[in-house]
Ligand binder design. Structure first.
Ligand code: TA6
Length: 309
């Protein structure tokens, strides 16, 4: 395995085939070049992300990773029917299936305010992307492993040479692994009270969330909601337990809560048997309104995930 650098015994970044591995003490993160998809985050000895055993993070497999944190860009969900620029795109866009470039890594003092170790990935149009999407763009994605958290930052640039604005949606489709013996229905998300949400299970009908604490449960166990204008500090907790996951988002105004439940999950080809019992998706996103970037401008969104014992 080629070692890119290791400033001390505790911190390293390495590239093995098409997977970038970051480590900081005993904590590790694995990132697939396919989609720059973070598909493993081990903190305090426990895996914090779900990855379906039927999914293959390697670029040799063309499907998006079923698990981890796929990056949805330039659209979330199916392409809008009224805009021909997006007509050729598949659900959630091409960023999650494109092979990104690993551009740099830094560790220790160099990597930012709180130290840690980071890796930066880049996506620009290639022949395959240009056949689907004609606008120029540059995406930078920074995966930053700290001793107590994992921070993921997406930057979108419309090159100064571009002649048109760049409209897009963006979302980090995080699959959070549940602790052993905890089911989605035992999982509690806060604070979503009083937020307007669109319920995909009701054809996108909107309503207002009245629950102070939202249990991840719905008809047949299925939940698929976009909560608009969500607070930046979100918490995933579990009934009868003290551990929790804190998700601090910036730049993403909405958050999606998704679990397919057993019936829908059984129709997802790359979902492992009973996989839907092992995670909930809490997905910070820039959904409505679309961001419209003028030439030369940049947008940034991030999430920081902190697991509390
Ligand atoms: O973010 C929730 C969602 O849009 C759901 O509607 C569901 O389809 C999910 O994403 C998974 O989408 P995928 O294209 O990865 O199967």
């Amino acid at each position: 395995m080629p070692l890119i650098h290791a400033l001390s015994r505790a911190v390293s970044v390495s590239l093995n085939a098409d997977i970038v591995n970051l480590s900081l003490g005993d904590d590790t993160v694995q990132v697939a070049l396919k989609g720059a998809t973070v598909f493993s985050y081990i903190h305090a000895g426990a895996e914090r992300l779900f990855l379906s055993s039927k999914s293959n993070p390697s670029s040799s497999d063309k499907a998006a990773v079923r698990g981890g944190v796929p990056v949805c860009w330039p659209i979330f969900g199916p392409p809008p029917a009224d805009n021909p620029l997006y007509a050729k795109l598949k659900q959630h866009g091409f960023a999650r299936t494109s092979v990104w470039q690993f551009v740099e890594s830094e560790s220790g003092e160099d990597s930012g305010v709180k130290g840690g170790v980071k890796a930066v990935f880049k996506l620009t149009p290639d022949e395959t992307i240009s056949a689907l999407f004609t606008l120029p763009f540059e995406l930078l994605y920074t995966v930053h492993l700290f001793s107590t958290s994992l921070k993921l930052t997406l930057q979108v640039r419309n090159p100064a040479s571009a002649i048109a604005p760049l409209p897009f949606q963006a979302l980090l489709h995080a699959y959070f692994r549940l602790p052993e013996n905890v089911l989605p229905a035992h999982t509690l998300v806060t604070p979503l009270e009083n937020l307007v949400f669109a319920d995909k299970l009701q054809g996108g009908a909107t309503d207002t969330e009245r629950r102070r604490v939202v249990e991840v449960d719905g008809p047949g166990g299925e939940v698929d909601r976009v909560y608009y204008n969500a607070p930046d500090a979100l918490t995933i907790a579990y009934k009868g337990r003290c551990d929790a996951v804190h998700v601090c988002k910036k730049g993403f105004e909405s958050v999606v809560l998704w679990n397919p439940g057993p019936t829908t999950a059984s129709k997802i080809g790359d979902m492992e048997p009973h996989g839907e019992e092992k995670y909930i998706c809490l997905e910070p996103g820039l959904i409505k309104p679309w961001q419209i970037l003028d030439p030369g401008r940049e947008w940034e969104g991030s999430i920081e995930v902190t697991c509390e014992a």
